[in-house]
Write a protein of this length. Structure first.
Length: 231
C-alpha cells in the first residue's frame, strides 16, 4: 500500500509537471481565437465536430511524441532543428495570411460556402495545419520529447508511472484543447465584433512572431552545432 501510494504520488507529480508545461506552450485560449478566425463560416455544430477531431489528432501527436518522438525523428534522420525551422515557417505563413486578411474576407467566404459539403476542405485541414503545427507544433513536440527523455525508468514501477503519466498528460491537454476550441464561438461573442477583430489580429501577429521565433531557435541551434563541429 505504501509503495502504491508512492507510485501514485510520482504519477501525479509527473502529470502536473507535464500538463502545465505543455499547456503553457500550446496555450489553448489563444489557439481558440486563431481557430475561430480560420473557421468563421462554419456552424457551431461543424466547429464543435472539427474541434473534437483536432483534439483527437492532438492526443495522437502528443502520445507519439512522448513515447516515440526521438525514435521517429532518428529513423527519418530529422533533427529537432529542422523540425523547428520547418514548423516555424508553416506557423509564420499562417499568421501572415491571417494578419493580411481583410476584416470582411471571412464574411464573404461564409456567403460563398454555406453548406456542409462546401466545408469539406476545412475538414481535411483538421490535421494540417489546424492540429500540426498550429495546435501541437514544434514547441510542444520538442517539449514532449524532452519530458520523455527526462524520465528514466529504472524498474517496472517507474516504467508504469512514466507510461500512465504520459497518457494522462496527452489526454488532459487534448480535452483542454477540445473545450477551448469547441466554445471558441462563445468566447468571440463575449468579445464582440470589434474585440474579435482586434483579438484576432493580435493573435495572428503573435502567431507570426511565434513562427519567427521557432525558426530563429532552430537556425541558432543548427549553427551552434555546425560551429561546434571540429574541422
Amino acid at each position: 500500500m505504501i509503495l502504491d501510494g508512492f507510485l501514485l504520488a510520482q504519477m501525479l507529480s509527473a502529470w502536473l509537471f507535464g500538463y502545465s508545461a505543455l499547456l503553457s506552450i500550446i496555450n489553448p485560449p489563444a489557439g481558440a481565437l486563431i481557430f475561430h478566425g480560420m473557421t468563421q463560416w462554419l456552424s457551431e455544430r461543424e466547429r464543435a465536430r472539427l474541434a473534437r477531431a483536432i483534439a483527437l489528432n492532438s492526443f495522437a501527436v502528443l502520445v507519439v511524441a512522448l513515447f516515440l518522438g526521438a525514435r521517429v525523428l532518428g529513423f527519418f534522420g530529422i533533427s529537432l532543428e529542422a523540425l523547428r525551422i520547418a514548423g516555424g515557417l508553416a506557423v509564420a505563413v499562417s499568421g501572415w495570411r491571417m494578419l493580411s486578411e481583410e476584416p470582411g474576407a471571412a464574411q464573404r467566404k461564409a456567403d460563398k460556402m454555406p453548406t456542409s459539403l462546401e466545408t469539406a476542405p476545412v475538414e481535411r485541414m483538421a490535421f494540417f495545419p489546424l492540429t500540426l503545427p498550429l495546435t501541437t507544433g514544434p514547441g510542444s513536440i520538442a517539449a514532449s520529447i524532452a519530458l520523455a527523455a527526462e524520465r528514466r525508468a529504472s524498474g517496472l514501477g517507474d516504467l508504469l508511472v512514466s507510461g500512465v503519466a504520459s497518457v494522462l498528460v496527452a489526454a488532459s491537454v487534448a480535452v483542454t484543447i477540445w473545450l477551448a476550441y469547441a466554445y471558441s464561438g462563445a468566447l468571440v461573442r463575449r468579445l464582440g465584433p470589434q474585440g474579435t477583430v482586434v483579438a484576432s489580429k493580435l493573435a495572428a501577429f503573435l502567431l507570426l512572431c511565434i513562427g519567427a521565433q521557432i525558426m530563429l531557435t532552430g537556425a541558432t541551434d543548427a549553427l551552434r552545432h555546425v560551429l561546434a563541429t571540429p574541422g
